[in-house]
Design a protein around this ligand. Structure first.
Ligand SMILES: *[C@@H]1O[C@H](CO)[C@@H](O)[C@H](O)[C@H]1NC(C)=O
Ligand SMILES: *[C@@H]1O[C@H](CO)[C@@H](O)[C@H](O)[C@H]1NC(C)=O
Ligand SMILES: *[C@@H]1O[C@H](CO)[C@@H](O)[C@H](O)[C@H]1NC(C)=O
Ligand SMILES: *[C@@H]1O[C@H](CO)[C@@H](O)[C@H](O)[C@H]1NC(C)=O
Ligand SMILES: *[C@@H]1O[C@H](CO)[C@@H](O)[C@H](O)[C@H]1NC(C)=O
Length: 460
């Protein structure tokens, strides 16, 4: 989706909420969680509390919205990667800017001249709008959300085939498998920068495919719910693609360096690696990767006060704390699913802190203190996850959500972040209800706030 299309669809979402708020509408505008792993066994069992009606309505709505956009393909870009191969994934480094100070030009340079003449320098946290001239990263993000929400929508029906499972097949074929539109299994050209020494990918570009874990959640649901659309043929083709990509990730310098990075980049790299090993049925390998994360870089990610120094040091500390929390939660969910005897939730860093400690500390941080009020909603899915896992005996997590984000029970993640207080019990034979108030992340409805929340997963 182009930025203007994104903007427009959020405007519509906000508008429809405003205009129908008098009725029992309980759909939360589309929002891409930084990452998550949804336990397929929980979904397939379908034993949900009767308070998840709003969450289900939101999931169906998000699936429909995404289905109107897909399929997506890496070949949909206005230029080729330096390889000249249209099937190579490509994206621009978001924070790199041209520095034309020392190039000695005597007249203004055209954009084309700037791209090859001026060295590109990093300005952490400052987006170069240029990055959106290639939208492979946005498209992969939408595609991965589409697989997850279509799989959930499919699971709500007692069918072996539906429009939702058929869409997943169509989308997976277009992005990964189709001979003309499929992606080559490498990220050699992710987060490239321009300039005389650019035109190569950066290790940070591996982050672009973090949503792979959402795809894996969706595929596991199709497998376990025995979708007839998800045939053994397409399954083995995706497994074979994933093995090739995983080989790139584990042997290419960019992949090795990204998984060795100590902050959120490393956490998200492990999200991918663990999920890929799970997808290709290498369960011992997936468990090993999970343990490598928790015994490795995780050890230095939370200090004794629950803060995350590597994220606190960045230009958008509120975003980065929540971003890494999302990645840590995803790694813990994956490891717990893979090895139920493990206990990543109790795993302490070398300074004696857990994921819950990191969340509790982050709840005391005000987004506005660092000018990030538009991103205030990033913490809500993390609170819901922690409440469902560690429990909420004194109700502090539910109370925080209720006062800051009253429709939290209609957010998609309320379905799988259970148990969690909130939501209205479904009426027998009637329509499902939400907790009542209609709003959205962060308070009053403004387009900027909606757009900000929706762009969250694209902050790097
Ligand atoms: C921009 O280029 C000039 C001249 O080469 C150099 O002195 C300066 O440090 C560069 N700025 C940054 C932010 O790298
Ligand atoms: C060199 O090109 C840059 C980019 O177009 C421009 O900002 C700058 O003013 C130019 N320098 C001169 C002396 O014209
Ligand atoms: C699902 O469908 C099967 C086969 O049609 C049927 O036997 C079963 O009772 C259905 N389950 C539910 C929960 O409706
Ligand atoms: C795709 O390419 C493979 C190998 O080149 C070939 O075997 C296969 O038939 C092609 N599939 C289609 C649908 O063209
Ligand atoms: C934890 O990290 C934060 C952010 O870097 C820092 O301000 C705080 O002093 C640290 N706490 C301890 C006990 O080291």
């Amino acid at each position: 989706m182009s930025p203007s299309a994104l903007f427009f669809s959020f405007f519509l979402a906000a508008y429809s909420i405003l205009t129908v708020s008098a009725q029992a509408v309980d759909v939360v505008p589309f929002y891409s969680y930084a990452n998550d792993f949804v336990d397929p066994n929980y979904i397939v069992a379908g034993d949900f509390p009767n308070t998840v009606g709003g969450a289900k309505a939101t999931i169906l709505n998000w699936a429909e919205k995404l289905n109107a956009e897909g399929p997506w393909s890496v070949t949909d870009k206005p230029m080729l990667a330096p390889s000249g191969n249209k099937n190579d994934y490509m994206s621009w480094a978001p924070y790199r800017w041209p520095n034309c100070t020392g190039v000695g030009n005597t007249t203004a340079l055209t954009p084309e001249q700037i791209w090859v003449t001026c060295p590109y320098v990093n300005r952490d946290g400052q987006f170069n709008p240029d990055r959106l001239t290639i939208k492979n990263v946005l498209d992969f993000s939408d595609f991965s959300d589409a697989v997850l929400y279509n799989a959930l929508a499919f699971s709500f029906q007692n069918e072996t085939s539906s429009v939702y499972s058929k869409n997943i097949v169509k989308f997976v074929n277009a992005w990964f498998l189709d001979n003309s539109t499929g992606m080559n299994p490498n990220l050699n050209y992710a987060q490239m920068w321009r300039g005389p020494d650019g035109q190569v990918g950066e290790r940070t570009g591996v982050l672009d495919l973090k949503g792979f874990v959402k795809i894996v959640s969706g595929i596991l649901i199709l497998r376990k719910r025995k979708s007839v659309d998800w045939t053994p043929e397409i399954d083995s083709q995706l497994v074979s693609w994933s093995k090739k990509y995983m080989e790139w990730l584990e042997t290419n310098k960019l992949g090795i360096e990204e998984c060795a990075s100590t902050n959120n980049h490393g956490s998200f790299c492990f999200n991918q690696l663990i999920a890929l090993k799970l997808l290709v049925n290498d369960i011992p390998g997936a468990i090993r990767a999970g343990n490598t994360y928790f015994q490795g870089i995780y050890q230095n990610q939370i200090n004794s006060t629950g803060d995350q120094p590597l994220e606190a040091a960045r230009t958008r500390p509120y975003h980065y704390r929540n971003y890494n929390l999302g990645a840590m939660i995803t790694n813990a969910r994956l490891l717990k699913y893979l090895d139920p005897s493990s206990d990543p939730w109790k795993m302490k860093t070398k300074n004696g802190a857990t994921i819950q400690d990191a969340l509790d500390m982050t709840m005391t941080v005000h987004a506005a203190d660092s000018g990030e009020e538009d991103l205030v909603g990033e913490i809500y899915p993390n609170i819901a996850a922690v409440a469902s896992i560690y429990g909420d005996p004194d109700g502090k997590y539910a109370a925080f959500l209720q006062s800051n984000f009253p429709v939290y029970a209609s957010d998609a993640d309320f379905l799988w972040n259970q148990p969690l207080a909130g939501g209205t019990p479904e009426k027998v034979g009637g329509r499902t209800g939400s907790s009542g108030a209609v709003g959205h992340r962060g308070g009053g409805i403004t387009i900027g706030a909606l757009l900000g929340a929706s762009m969250v997963s694209l902050l790097l």
